[in-house]
Write a protein that binds this ligand. Structure first.
Ligand code: EPZ
Length: 420
């Protein structure tokens, strides 16, 4: 099992280029299965979740080639509409393929993705929407079989919660539906608009993506297209937190300022100075971080839940008491006990509210990554802690942060991965 070894306390300084967004690549690769022909997707980071998506594409008969950070998907001979449990289990968000299979084949059979480290992750919104569009759903022993003998019918759907995955799955299922689909209370994350931009290049007719009402008029044909994925705003916030916690100064090339609008004010409240233009962020840390009075994670354009663990680390060494409320997932503070082993003084109430009393410094310790964003936060903690931190169970980090040790080493960190 690989571990990360970090000797902390070094200021991180320099420039870094931002990778493509994991949460955009995944739905766009699923969409490529619904698009007939050869799609070319640029700016795809080498992530284990991308590898899992490629395995699914190949399983259903797509030919997939990888050239550096470009993935070429030829769906001409795609014919499989079943995704086995083993593949579904590799990546929780594989449920997004169901909408693409329904579009392409009018049917799809998948295994229920199940929960994960951060919560139960139900898919009721997805299935309720499909049922409302005329899909017949048979769930048995964790296998979900969907057929639509009369084809998919567009209709007006309102989501109880602006679910990112449900919004994406409804879009994917409705691109060739009969008639018009209108999603009310749709998720507004930038990754939704990126998916719609790709699909519109493929001939779809999607309007309003990025807003809370999205209209999809079904079309006859969805052909292939070429597309470059948007940059990863969550990875951008990871570099920002690393600069903030180590007293450093980092320029992040490729970061889209508008995607970081919910995040930048929190870093400024903690005392960081943030300069930005269209596609670059420069952050410089203060001598000592200030507390973060109160942040609550919310759907976009609120503060993103995926960046919550990072500001919890900042709060652990900020001067004063910080309060962070997690409103999206029920188990997203599970990395905190590991942070406490490094000297943090944080208490978590009801699993959703963290109160952090800032300490002078964290110290190195042996810790284990609990999930992708919690594990990445432990890396940031190790970068600023005094002494050596050894992080185990790091495979979950590589799901979303490609070559983390290489990027942080290039910014002056003493970090390496070892086997054993
Ligand atoms: C997407 O997950 C992202 N994953 C998550 O990123 C991100 O944290 C999340 O959106 C919120 O922004 C990908 O895009 C691959 P949701 P998703 O549906 O679609 C509840 C990361 O670390 N819900 O918006 O699963 C759900 O339980 C990952 O990169 C239902 O109750 O998120 C949660 O409480 C983690 N029923 C809330 O909605 C449903 O049918 C938000 O979930 C669907 C969701």
């Amino acid at each position: 099992m690989k571990k990360l070894i970090i000797n902390g306390g070094r200021r991180l300084c320099g420039e870094v280029n931002l990778q493509g967004a994991k949460n955009s690549v995944l739905p766009i690769l699923a969409a490529a299965a619904a698009a007939d022909g050869i799609s070319v997707i640029h700016n795809c980071p080498h992530l284990s979740d991308v590898d899992a998506s490629i395995k699914i594409l190949r399983h259903i008969g797509c030919r997939v080639d990888i050239e550096n950070e470009t993935v070429i998907v030829d769906s001409t001979d795609a014919s499989g509409w079943e995704i086995p449990e083993a593949l579904m289990r590799e990546m929780r968000s594989s449920i997004i393929f169901l909408g693409a299979l329904l579009s392409r084949f009018g049917r799809g059979t998948v295994a229920a993705p199940g929960g994960c480290e951060i919560g139960l992750r139900p898919i009721d919104y997805h299935l309720e929407a499909f049922a409302g569009m005329g899909v017949e759903i048979n769930e048995n022993g964790g296998i979900i079989e969907c057929i639509c003998p009369k084809g998919i019918c567009g209709r007006r759907l309102s989501l109880n919660f602006p679910s990112v995955g449900a919004t994406e799955n409804i879009i994917l299922a409705s691109i060739k539906a009969k008639g018009e689909t209108v999603i009310t209370n749709a998720a507004r994350e930038p990754e939704i608009k990126d998916l719609a931009d790709f699909l519109n290049k493929c001939g779809a007719d999607i309007r309003g993506a990025g807003g809370s009402i999205i209209t999809i008029c079904g079309v006859e044909t969805i052909h292939s297209a070429e597309h470059s994925v948007i940059p990863d705003r969550i990875i951008a916030s990871t570099y920002m937190a690393a600069a903030a916690c180590t007293g450093g100064k980092i320029t992040i090339n490729g970061a889209e300022r508008k995607h970081l609008a919910p995040i930048i004010p929190v870093f400024e409240e903690s005392g960081c100075s943030v300069k930005s233009d269209e596609n670059r962020i420069e952050i410089a840390a203060p001598e000592k971080l200030r507390r973060i009075r109160y942040v609550k994670t919310m759907p976009y354009p609120g503060f993103p839940t995926d960046s919550q663990s990072l500001i919890t680390v900042m709060a652990s060494i900020g001067k004063g008491t910080s309060v962070i409320s997690e409103s999206i997932f029920e188990n997203r503070f599970r990395f905190v006990p590991e942070l406490i082993r490094m000297g943090a003084n944080i208490r978590v109430e009801n699993g959703c509210l963290a109160i952090a009393e800032g300490v002078e410094k964290l110290h190195g310790a042996n810790v284990a990554a609990t999930d992708l964003r919690g594990g990445t936060a432990l890396v940031v903690a190790g970068l600023c802690a005094e002494g050596e931190t050894r992080i185990g169970k790091i495979s979950c980090i590589y799901r979303g942060f490609y070559d983390i040790e290489k990027y942080f080493s290039s910014l002056g960190a003493d970090i390496r991965s070892v086997n054993g």
